[in-house]
Write a protein that binds this ligand. Sequence first.
Ligand code: NAG
Ligand code: NAG
Ligand code: NAG
Length: 419
Amino acid sequence: MAANAAARDRRVRPASRPFLLPLLLLCLVFIFLAISLFKRASPIAPRSSGTLQMSWNRESNSGGSCDYSIGSWIYDPMHGSGMYDSSCKEIFKGWNCIAGNKSNARDLIKWRWKPQSCDLPLFNPIWFMESHRHTNIGFIGDSLNRNMFVSLFCTLKRVSGEVKKWRPAGADRGFTFLKYNLTIAYHRTNLLAHYSRWSANPNGGELESLGYKEGFRVDVDVPETTWAEAMPFHDILIFNTGHWWWAPSKFDPVRTPMLFFERGQPMVPPLPPHVGLDLVLKYMIRYVEKETKQSSIKFFRTQSPRHFEGGDWDHGGSCPRLSPLSTEQVDELFAINKNGTNVETRLVNQHLHKALKGSEFHILDVTHLSEFRADAHPSSAGGKKHDDCMHWCLPGVTDTWNDIFATLLGEIESSRPSS
Ligand SMILES: *[C@@H]1O[C@H](CO)[C@@H](O)[C@H](O)[C@H]1NC(C)=O
Ligand SMILES: *[C@@H]1O[C@H](CO)[C@@H](O)[C@H](O)[C@H]1NC(C)=O
Ligand SMILES: *[C@@H]1O[C@H](CO)[C@@H](O)[C@H](O)[C@H]1NC(C)=O
């Protein structure tokens, strides 16, 4: 909290030197704030600058009434100035747009997300770690969840350098911030459910008799081993799936289709992928709710939008824009009835919302705010064969996802009876 204290000193001293009584009162207020900051059950604190003022703002937002997913991006040259940069080692090379010389890479974090009816508190890494000692946080999903995981890692690493790198419970990668005994891990899984290559058995079978020769067997009721055993380990979980369900270049509907199996048996007649997705979500949600600690807090993140324009990723699509889209442009690109290149964005969400209704999961809705950010993908930075208009530059948009994650988490924790 040293930075916090320094910030306070700067704010208090010049104006109040001649006024001892106000200074004393301010001190009392700060002491009170400091005490409430350290109570685990209190809401997440805003970043150190402007602690007092923003805490009052938060009072008026309390009760979780603010919808952080609706709002607009505001250009603010000071925004993001204290953040991690391209030197964070965990940033995958293709996402490191500053090092890759993307022309607008340093401008990306100068856009601040402003929810319509409140302010979004910025992520305060010290506060986050102080209030999550002895805690395990798991990101479970595809490379877009890894992108968010890396954002969180770099944000925390900047203020707490002592980390142990290891792979807890099947994780692809993981780190423990030793000073706080806080572990964050990424569990890689594309479909959540287990899948593997399938080819026709020469002795025949149900699928063979329907003419299937090659494909992918997807076991709708079997979680992938990369995360199946990790449920009791984590206290906080963030899931996603979506991109791979609309990925015909891998799961080619004709040559290598998804073939769904339930209780080890092929499902006939074969299901189209979107119906398979509903089944997988149903089974995986049930599995997670059964296998996690009762006290765990579970999020499902909504779909991350792609921004291919002029064609899909393998048909010359690109994302050369240098500033966020307007509302009209967003609708043009993503409206389901327009059936554009990136139409899966909102389609996936329809499936997620349906499946998550009535579950123990909190929805981390990042879709609409990200839809504006056609400027924030790696694009052609660093010389790629195809433009990357799917992942996000780091630092960048997934930092805002983590702002929202931390804020929602704080609200959920503070609304629980403290133990
Ligand atoms: C980025 O620019 C720097 C300085 O001009 C250069 O040394 C570096 O090779 C460039 N990096 C890439 C990935 O093009
Ligand atoms: C670290 O946290 C875990 C819970 O996540 C706990 O089981 C373990 O005992 C803690 N280790 C130390 C050294 O406090
Ligand atoms: C949407 O567009 C794709 C090709 O871009 C086409 O194959 C598909 O039939 C269209 N779907 C609808 C519902 O119009």
